[in-house]
Design a protein around this ligand. Structure first.
Ligand code: ATP
Length: 248
């Protein structure tokens, strides 16, 4: 990975509730304009890594006890999610988390709350989100709680886009979705990356799809990075094939 590193996680250790050591020295680099994937099974520490970056650990009684995280060369404290959003990083949480009683469009508009550039810009971004997710335009007046899992994932990504992020931390976008929808969501992630220049760090258990769409991958096992490389190389690696792609 080149010198244009946007986000750098340097040997972090994370502990929950003062006792449970979950990340045991995780390091990774996210280049500007790339799609980087963080792979690994259930409980490997993917979500914890994303939360350490976005500042969402504290509300879970989690703490970074060692190492550091920097963004554009400046150190992030990891304690204040609003500061990270201001810096340009936003996390899309696993499980989607819509406001169920608001409409699809109201949900999207909540994503623009940190913006100070007026209604015109917000309106333009709403149109941009609808261009990428035509389905959301059709459903814009529907109560979010009554939309499908795939539509809620689209709402979650769309809402993140409304803050005009430079970097999106995307947690398990494939979770609970039919294969065809997973392809659709990843296809849109790829377009957002290529056309809007959004940088992605995405956590996925679905190694197969993640390595087809990402440029680079890190594999996490029990809180440690055990392997990393360009996605095309990882796809051909015998260990990755055997243990993560299920086709030895
Ligand atoms: P998943 O796909 O299940 O989310 P993951 O790779 O994202 O897996 P994490 O959610 O980061 O893994 O969890 C890593 C470990 O930390 C797990 O053993 C989990 O039980 C533990 N853990 C996660 N959140 C907390 C918490 N708030 N308090 C205590 N332990 C936690």
């Amino acid at each position: 990975q080149g010198s244009d590193t946007l986000l750098e996680v340097n040997n972090i250790e994370v502990i929950y509730n003062h006792v449970i050591l979950v990340l045991k020295g995780v390091s990774l680099k996210v280049p500007k304009g790339g799609i980087t994937s963080l792979l690994g099974g259930n409980g490997a520490g993917k979500t914890t890594t994303l939360k350490a970056i976005s500042g969402l650990l504290r509300s879970e009684r989690g703490e970074i006890t060692k190492g550091s995280i920097s963004y554009r060369g400046e150190r992030l404290t990891g304690e204040d999610p609003a500061a990270q959003v201001k810096a340009g990083i936003i996390q899309v949480m696993e499980g989607r988390h819509c406001f169920e009683h608001l409409t699809v469009e109201e949900n999207l508009l909540t994503g623009a709350y940190t913006r100070r550039d007026g209604r015109g810009a917000t309106e333009a971004d709403l149109q941009m989100v609808y261009d990428y997710f035509p389905r959301l335009k059709e459903r814009r007046k529907s109560q979010a709680g009554y939309t499908s899992g795939g539509e809620q994932q689209m709402v979650a990504i769309g809402r993140a886009l409304m803050s005009r992020p430079e970097t999106i931390l995307l947690d398990e976008p494939s979770m609970g979705l039919a294969p065809q929808l997973v392809e659709q969501i990843f296809g849109i992630v790829k377009r957002l990356n290529e056309e809007q220049g959004v940088t992605f760090l995405l956590a996925e258990q679905n190694t197969n799809v993640a390595l087809r769409f990402a440029h680079y991958g890190y594999i996490l096992e029990s809180g440690r990075i055990v392997m990393d490389g360009p996605a095309a190389e990882l796809r051909e690696n015998p260990d990755v094939k055997e243990f993560y792609l299920g086709m030895s």
